[in-house]
Design a protein around this ligand. Structure first.
Ligand code: PHE
Length: 469
């Protein structure tokens, strides 16, 4: 039996701090603009139900597995996977799973920081009154002006990356913990205030219809797939973030209980974000299905006309920045911790090298909107490739392998011990989901997201035609 390890990086002061930190990782750009928009497009209330099912049946079991692995290994994902493979008498090659996670985090951080930089820039724009009396044209012009300027993009990207490095360099208790302790309550307070403002000054009824009226005819295979992919990204699964946060979790904290709270909070924030955005969008007769432009181009037009729009609009982008910030620190942490462990570097040096590397890679993403816009091998520019390789390839693949490792490869005695002891109903439910439902669910997302399914179907079709035709 493995004696409980200790992490050289420290430990969360309480399980509540862990819940705040993991919720901070989960709540990000994915919740505040993407969820509301795809919910509306994919059937509103019916989509929300499908999303909830995906969170409970696939997201939650994988989250428990990641925390479990992290806490048992008590190291960065790479060294955790190496240590657990050894404990369990498995092949050392399992450490590559840790590698995939850390690599995915590194790549996500690079482009996440560029988009988060837009949010920081917009705090200044909106609060200084740039959008006063804005029309669709002027709003679009402001957005194009920002993304068209490589210098501005790199500047805001650099500022955001410095914010991330400053927190992570101060360590688990001195940095991450202090950040989430203040930022997460502030995030919830701002969100509630903005929901109140939106419900009172916008068209609450239309927004509620749009978000919650179930239209089951819109639930297609595509919608289910979108829901599953969104659940995965939104819960920060499939890479090192949740695993490393789990490695700082005290031994007496319950993994099922904390996971349920984190997943519920993440979902709640996504729904509240919809309630902060859509009443305003409908109240001003704007188009809700704008995708990436929804908060930057559409919502800002309304802020330019509303009483108090400058103040509350500024607050909206502070909220977006804070949400992105607490997610980004969970992306740098696995990289930095691995460097500390493997090279014996100081935390500061590890953060400078890890954050600096992600910053450099992010420049490629920043340039994708201007100088390198025409450079798109395979139909994707640098930004698109970074996003595709990390979120559509590495995340689902990592998630599936985590499910396989925890469910199929680890000894039952080990997982049961970490999950709180005996073969409780909760443990058996988790086991059933992690053995069968989660790996298959994620495999489907992976095949679909990468276009491999279409290739397979096509190849099989041609094979059949050549055999029978
Ligand atoms: N969950 C974050 C969001 O919703 C993104 C993220 C993914 C963060 C993976 C960390 C790891 O924006």
């Amino acid at each position: 039996m493995t004696a409980a390890r200790e992490s050289i990086h420290g430990q969360w002061s309480s399980r509540w701090i862990f819940v705040l930190a993991a919720t901070g990782s989960a709540v990000g750009l994915g919740n505040i603009w993407r969820f509301p928009y795809i919910t509306g497009e994919s059937g509103g209330g019916a989509f929300v139900l499908v999303y909830l099912a995906c969170v409970v049946l696939v997201g939650l079991p994988i989250m428990m597995a990641e925390i479990l692995l992290g806490r048992r290994g008590r190291r960065s994902p790479i060294n955790t996977m190496a240590a657990l493979a050894e404990d369990e008498g498995l092949k050392p090659a399992w450490r590559y799973l840790g590698w995939m996670g850390v690599l995915a985090g590194f790549v996500i951080l690079s482009f996440y920081s560029v988009v988060a930089g837009w949010a920081v820039a917009y705090i200044v724009y909106v609060a200084s009154g740039t959008f006063a009396g804005a029309t669709i044209e002027t709003s679009q012009g402001i957005f194009d002006g920002l993304t068209g300027s490589a210098g501005s993009l790199v500047l805001w990207h650099s500022l955001f990356m410095v914010m991330v490095v400053v927190v992570v360099a101060r360590g688990v208790q001195g940095g991450l913990e202090q950040a989430v302790k203040y930022l997460m309550p502030a995030l919830f307070a701002m969100l509630l205030l903005l929901v109140g403002y939106a419900l009172f000054s916008g068209d609450a009824v239309s927004a509620l219809h749009y978000l919650f009226e179930p239209d089951f005819s819109k639930i297609t295979g595509d919608a289910v797939l979108t829901a599953l992919g969104q659940a995965f990204f939104s819960l920060s699964l499939g890479m090192g973030s949740i695993m490393i946060y789990g490695s700082y979790l005290p031994n007496d904290a319950s993994i099922p209980q904390t996971s349920i709270i984190i997943a519920a909070a993440d979902t709640l924030v996504a729904l509240l974000a919809g309630l902060a955005i859509f009443p305003i969008v409908f109240g001003y007769g704007l188009e809700p299905g704008q995708g990436p432009g929804l908060v930057f181009i559409t919502l800002t037009i309304a802020f330019g006309h509303m009483p108090g729009g400058q103040f509350f609009g500024g607050m909206f982008f502070v909220l977006l920045t804070v949400a992105a910030w607490t997610s980004a620190i969970s992306l740098l942490e696995p990289v930095a911790a691995w460097m500390v462990e493997s090279f014996g570097w100081s935390r500061l040096k590890s953060c400078l090298v890890g954050g600096g590397g992600a910053w450099l890679l992010g420049i490629g993403s920043a340039l994708s909107f201007n100088h390198w816009a025409g450079f798109a091998p395979g139909g994707r520019n640098f930004f698109d490739w970074s996003e595709f390789l990390s979120t559509s390839v590495l995340l689902p693949l990592g998630g599936m392998l985590i499910a396989v490792f925890a469910g199929w490869r680890m000894r039952l005695a080990s997982t049961m011990e970490e999950m709180g002891g005996g073969p409780s109903a909760m443990f058996r439910a988790w086991l059933g989901l992690i053995l069968f439902v989660a790996p298959v669910g994620v495999l489907v997302v992976f095949l679909e997201g990468t276009g491999l399914r279409a290739l397979l179907v096509d190849a099989l079709g041609r094979l059949a035609a050549s055999v029978f035709g």
